[in-house]
Design a protein around this ligand. Sequence first.
Ligand code: AMP
Ligand code: MG
Length: 423
Amino acid sequence: VKPDKSSLLSVADALAIVLRQAKPLAAEKMLLGSAARNLVLAETIVSDIDSPPYTKALMDGYAVQTLAGAAGSQATPVQTLAYAAGSQATLRVIEEIAAGKMPSRHVGPGEAARIMTGAPVPDGADAVVPIEKTEAASAGEVRLLVTPKPGQNILQRGTEMKAGEMILQPGIALGPQEFGILASVGRTGAMVHPRLRVGILSTGDEIVEPSQFPGPGQIRNSNSPMLAAQVERAGGTSEIIGIARDTVASLRTMIGTGFADHDVLILSGGVSAGKFDLVPGVLRELGVVAHFHKIALKPGKPLFFGTRGDKLVFGLPGNPVSSFVCFELFIRPALMKLMGHSDCGPRQTRMPLAADFQTDNDRPTYWPARIEWSEDGSRVRALPWFGSADLRALHTANALLVLPPGAQSFLAGATVGVILLSE
Ligand code: AMP
Ligand code: MG
């Protein structure tokens, strides 16, 4: 085992450098339609109403005054006592309240109002007895089969939120719940960070389009479609720019195109130490400031990161698994930060292994793995993997094991570090 060269930048330090350079895109006002889905809020949202706006019934049934409720009212001891017969109480039905209607009468001891789910609870009542827990008595009367408890099946005005209360903060992504909450406080538009535009450029003399059958020495371009899907999954929009050849002229032209309409440029290939790995040199020549090149990581050691103004440039190693892993560890968090997320990931946790696992790595290693979610304890299984060119191993991966350098031998059940991949 070759010891890790301590001069190489750690994954954590590299991520910190990337995130320091990634500044959220300027927010803009947007209508809250489907185009805003998964965009990130850039303002504080304040409720314009109490919710619920009135104390409301949560069940169909009868609004009644409980003994405790009566104690606080002007009920006479006799009435209270009659009512306290509880599960056998027979009450006079004084009104029917449908959702959308305001009650017109106070409910006192010995009385009940027929009420529908969502309707305002009348004054005097402090519980709703579900219809199933009652039976019809003589005309205009209902018999309770249970003793109601104060507060049962009602939601007090303003329990969920009060007018003027801050309910959403900047930095949260707009998902289904947020669309519902925004609508409930009357918002049809909001300040959000715009969707990122990401250009993807593959490089290599041997790379051919996926539609072609590769000739001798040729490799299909699997990185561009994969990276485009990773960008979209992270909430950005992607444009595949094409394949640059391993010449300064080709790289210069296509990188120039790539910078034009994109906030982030992702290149794959041409960043290693080979004679035709020209990407870092051309990027520098085009005014890119290099922040790092090479990190203590397997797969993905030759990763390049630079900036030109506010634009970020990543040079990924061409091997597909290296490209994939570097995207998840560095580019995805950067895209999240640019899009305004307060929580940029990657999401890391610890989990027990599903099976014994031995490994020996010269660098910190991120090993394709599958979390087997289970209600009685989820476990993570290391997948068979033949290294950075073995993209097929990633097919069933939903996680990466975080392994320190050196020889490791784990027994099933041992706890290991895990990075969660989005699915
Ligand atoms: P490089 O980083 O250019 O040295 O490439 C490393 C390995 O990844 C080589 O075997 C390349 O053929 C392969 N490779 C580079 N770019 C791509 C791509 N876009 N799709 C699939 N494999 C690639
Ligand atoms: Mg190459």
